[in-house]
Design a protein around this ligand. Structure first.
Ligand SMILES: CC(C)(COP(=O)(O)OP(=O)(O)OC[C@H]1O[C@@H](n2cnc3c(N)ncnc32)[C@H](O)[C@@H]1OP(=O)(O)O)[C@@H](O)C(=O)NCCC(=O)NCCS
Length: 150
């Protein structure tokens, strides 16, 4: 049985958070102000996500990560569906920033997000090392949006 519960601590989840965002300093920028949700199955954590209130009805997905052995089994989608259901009525939209990567863009699109803008050179200017996914260096950040039912 899958259950999604709110984490009441933070530090112990850093290894999983770093799968979603590999620079710890960037994770720490939102760690204390996020709500952190854990997806559990058979009593074990399989995935998590972190969301923050960005004001004006905007909820931001700051991190979503599934342990590599459990990826592509629908856990990421379950977390997105949970967040949409949990926060609709309170927030009007969910946004998520990601690199222009074949590992993440199709996931957000399949989950109903649309790309609304691009922040040029965000990864090259804000990370202390180059980030590669599938052999391609991430440079720009794509901002995805999904409407939440009010
Ligand atoms: C990205 C991530 C959160 C997706 O979670 P997941 O559990 O593997 O994805 P799901 O199995 O729920 O996939 C949902 C849909 O997206 C599609 N999808 C997911 N990853 C994909 C990929 N790399 N390429 C194409 N489609 C993909 C799935 O096929 C599925 O579509 P379907 O429901 O029509 O079959 C997960 O792979 C992960 O933790 N990656 C590493 C961390 C990361 O990059 N986090 C995002 C930071 S922005």
């Amino acid at each position: 049985m899958t259950e999604i519960i709110e984490a009441d601590s933070r530090e112990e989840y850093m290894p999983l958070l770093l799968i979603g965002d590999e620079q710890e300093e960037m994770v720490r920028k939102y760690l204390d102000r996020c709500e952190l949700w854990l997806l559990m199955e058979e009593g074990e954590i399989r995935a998590l996500c972190a969301v923050t209130d960005e004001g004006n009805g905007t909820l931001e997905l700051k991190n979503i990560a599934v342990y590599p052995v459990f990826q592509h089994r629908g856990y990421g989608r379950k977390l997105i569906e949970f967040v949409c259901s949990r926060y609709s009525g309170t927030f009007s939209r969910l946004i998520a920033g990601t690199g222009d990567s074949p590992l993440t863009v199709p996931f957000y699109e399949k989950c109903g997000f649309v790309c609304i803008r691009t922040v040029k050179n965000w990864f090259t200017e804000n990370y202390d090392h180059p980030i590669f996914e599938e052999g391609v260096q991430l440079r720009d950040m794509l901002i995805f949006e999904k409407d939440l039912e009010v």
